[in-house]
Design a protein around this ligand. Structure first.
Ligand code: FES
Ligand SMILES: [Fe+2]
Length: 381
């Protein structure tokens, strides 16, 4: 960490401390939280390099050779399904002269061959060949392997953590699992997926993801009729990494295939994983999102729609969800959050007051942010 902390960063750290108190201020973060390069570096050290990110559905990694490549705060990551069926997450940077082996995206391959001098790596990251290296006595090909990250699969959702020794996320997710058993997540199949870049800070995006209040504005035509923004969101915290929220529907929805209880039929059932991944169960579908930070003012938005296999290609509701989500992420949330990113840089920007409609989720996000940035709370919550 830098020894010289600028006043903007000091103000953000002091504000974070306030959110851990029993009576936190109903205020947004100071504007420099979204613009300070110094804070971004602190976040890299304390959040991006240590936390779990949802990066794929297992349907994208079903067959040996399948891979998904992403970037977390500029750090390339590739997740592969190896020949022995094991998932690996690793750094796809060639150990020779550091050329990236693969660009963000998804595909299928037998091996990763570096285009620079053709060093070749297996799906587990071990070096399989390096032309004309025999004369270098210090070079041990059998010790050459791509650095490994932590990877976890939970009900078909694939998470990675750049810290290979990270505390496993599964036990935290399990604490909220009973809320989602009826969705039969591990039987669901992927019917749509996306990857888009937004010009916004990841924390603005997550504030937006922790409240339903903005539906009255940004989604007044699309979501407001069935998920009104004036309703009260219920929030339940299971661990500093896992938060469950319920967003009331205007009328309850009876699913086509699943057996959902009354609460599940009348709410969008959300599970948020700190820092920036989430899924929402709504009737027969689950929509997952992950907001991977790429720079202080950019996030990569990835995600997909899951449903029961018997509904694929036949359910109008699933098609409607795909269209609504696409409209939302392309036009509504994106445009709103990109505009906010322009606003936070204003010389006249200040902390804003939060409505009671948005406080439960946004203040829970801030509390978890404080936990990640400042360490364990004195009372060991
Ligand atoms: S940098 Fe990859 S083979 Fe040389
Ligand atoms: Fe939204």
């Amino acid at each position: 960490m830098s020894t010289l902390i600028t006043s903007g960063t000091a103000e953000v750290l002091a504000a974070l401390q306030q959110y851990r108190e029993d009576d936190p201020p109903a205020l947004t973060l100071p504007p420099s939280a979204y613009t300070s390069p110094e804070l971004w570096e602190m976040e890299r050290e304390r959040i991006f390099n240590r936390c779990w990110y949802l990066v794929a559905h297992v349907g994208q990694l079903a067959t040996a050779g399948d891979y998904v490549a992403v970037s977390i705060a500029g750090e390339p990551v590739v997740v592969t399904r190896a020949k022995d069926d094991v998932l690996h997450a690793m750094s796809p940077i060639c150990r020779h002269r550091l050329m990236p082996l693969v660009e963000p995206g998804a595909g299928r391959t037998d091996a990763f061959t570096c285009q620079y001098h053709l060093w070749k790596y297996g799906l587990d990251g071990r070096l399989r060949g390096a032309p004309y290296m025999g004369g270098n006595k210090q070079f041990e090909p059998k010790d050459c392997r791509l650095p490994q990250f932590a990877v976890a699969e939970w009900n078909g959702l694939v998470f990675v953590n750049l810290d290979a020794n990270a505390d496993p996320i599964g036990a935290h997710l399990d604490l909220a699992a009973h809320q989602f058993t009826n969705y039969r997540l591990n039987e669901m199949v992927l019917v749509d997926s996306w990857s888009y870049e937004w010009q916004a800070n990841w924390k603005s995006v997550m504030e937006n993801g922790h409240e339903n209040y903005h539906v009255i504005g940004l989604h007044r035509e699309t979501l407001e009729p069935f998920m009104p923004g004036g309703s009260d969101m219920f929030v339940e915290q299971y661990s500093p990494w896992v938060l469950h929220a319920r967003i009331p529907f205007a009328a309850s929805v009876v699913p086509e295939t699943l057996t959902l209880n009354e609460v599940q039929q009348s709410n969008g059932m959300v599970l948020l994983t700190f820092p920036s991944s989430a899924f929402i169960g709504a009737s027969d579908q689950i929509v997952w999102f992950s907001f991977l930070p790429s720079a202080i003012d950019r996030v990569q938005v990835i995600g997909g729609v899951l449903t029961m296999p018997e509904l694929v290609g036949v359910s109008e509701a699933v098609t409607r969800t795909q269209q609504a989500v696409t409209a939302m992420i392309n036009d509504e949330d994106r445009l709103g959050l990109e505009a906010v990113q322009r606003g936070v840089s204003s010389r006249f920007a200040e902390r804003g007051h939060l409505s009671p409609k948005e406080q439960p989720g946004v203040l829970a996000f801030y509390r978890n942010l404080a936990h990640a940035m400042l360490g364990d709370e004195p009372n060991g919550r």
